[in-house]
Design a protein around this ligand. Structure first.
Ligand code: F6P
Length: 341
């Protein structure tokens, strides 16, 4: 069987582990030919192929990024893109396609499946917002990196008696902020799921610095927004609320907090460090499990599904259930972050 493979959207640590699992199991156990496409859906549209054998996946397990390359490109969103993608798949005699990606890539996968191609998706995103799966490849590494950064930032916060704001990624969900905030012992965690009240933040910090400690760590998700009716003192040119612009919310909070409290405040934007470097063991294991499940599903003739992990078990869920939905942080986890502030 000729099986296509692509990685789309932002890179995450663990992609190479998933590619390795697909190739090892696909070629070794099932005797398939694995045809990689470079740079996600762009490579499918352009016919940019990279056949993969076991030689190509030697020593890639602990590496970050993706050996196939990636791009933020969706064929159904560009003129003639979907037709061009389908033409390449036919020309390359691809019998099934494995797509490793976040919501955008999986949404495109579902469109291609609707056109009759056999497709299996694998969820990856540091944001952990893919619907129907407890975890996605890359999230565990991102949380570990953010937690280590918070631990390190504690040193400066305490030594200089400062408020240190740490802005993390996550787009419109607060998974990285909430989990790294809990793991790193942040005093405040601001996530998009619970719009914040700047006056309460001001009161909290003033009280804490008067009664308990002279420093604070505030972890803010890049997609955090103020509650409706909250009046902010400072107007920024960098991004509107609700629009994700790296650094915008961190910078805005820094000025607000400084103006309202008089406390020396700094902001650190972790940015793409959260997606870089070697994957954690948990991400390598998840990626390997998803890779094996995906190629086994393809071999069994299953299509239009995504691998998911639920309660520790890898299962297959319909792709159509996943597309267009966002998995937000549940109340229980938000409560833990709040309870430990
Ligand atoms: O979706 C993953 C993610 O890292 C988000 O957390 C972030 O908002 C976005 O990608 C950044 O995208 P880019 O790498 O294209 O700047």
């Amino acid at each position: 069987m000729r099986v296509g493979l692509l990685t789309g959207g932002g890179d995450v640590p663990g992609l190479n582990a998933a590619i390795r699992a697909v190739v090892k199991r696909g070629e070794g156990e099932h005797g398939h030919t694995i045809i990689g496409f470079r740079n996600g859906w762009k490579g499918v549209v352009d016919g940019d192929v990279m056949p993969l054998t076991r030689r190509d996946i030697r020593n890639v397990l602990p590496t970050g990024g993706t050996l196939l390359g990636t791009a933020r490109y969706h064929p159904h969103a560009s003129d003639g893109g979907l037709d061009a993608a389908l033409a390449t798949l036919e020309a390359e005699r691809i019998e099934a396609l494995i797509c490793i990606g976040g919501d955008g890539t999986l949404n495109a996968a579902s469109k291609v499946a609707e056109a009759g191609v056999k497709v299996v998706g694998i969820p990856k995103t540091i944001d952990n917002d893919v619907w129907a799966t407890d975890a996605s490849i890359g999230f565990d590494t991102a949380v570990s990196i953010a937690t280590e950064a918070i631990d390190r930032i504690h040193t400066t916060a305490e030594s200089h008696n400062r408020v240190m704001i740490v802005e993390v990624m996550g787009r419109h969900a607060g998974w990285i902020a909430v989990t790294s905030g809990i793991a790193g012992g942040a005093e405040l965690v601001l996530a998009p799921e619970e719009p914040f009240d700047i006056t309460r933040i001001e009161k909290f910090l003033k009280h804490r610095h008067r009664a308990h400690a002279s420093f604070s760590i505030v972890v803010v998700a890049e997609g955090a927004v103020p509650a409706e009716g909250t009046s902010m003192l400072y107007e920024t040119q960098v991004g509107k609320f609700g629009e994700i612009v790296a650094g915008a919310i961190g910078e805005r909070l820094k000025v607000e907090i400084e103006q309202r409290t008089g406390f020396d405040t700094r902001v650190t934007v972790l940015g793409h460090t959260q997606r870089g470097g070697i994957p954690t063991a948990a991400d390598r294991i998840l990626a390997s499990r998803f890779g094996v499940a995906a190629i086994d599903a393809v071999t069994a003739g299953t299509s239009n599904v995504m691998t998911a992990i639920r309660g520790g078990e890898v299962v297959l869920v319909p792709l159509s259930e996943v597309a267009g939905k966002v998995k937000f942080v549940p109340q229980g986890l938000l409560t833990v972050a709040r309870a430990l502030a």
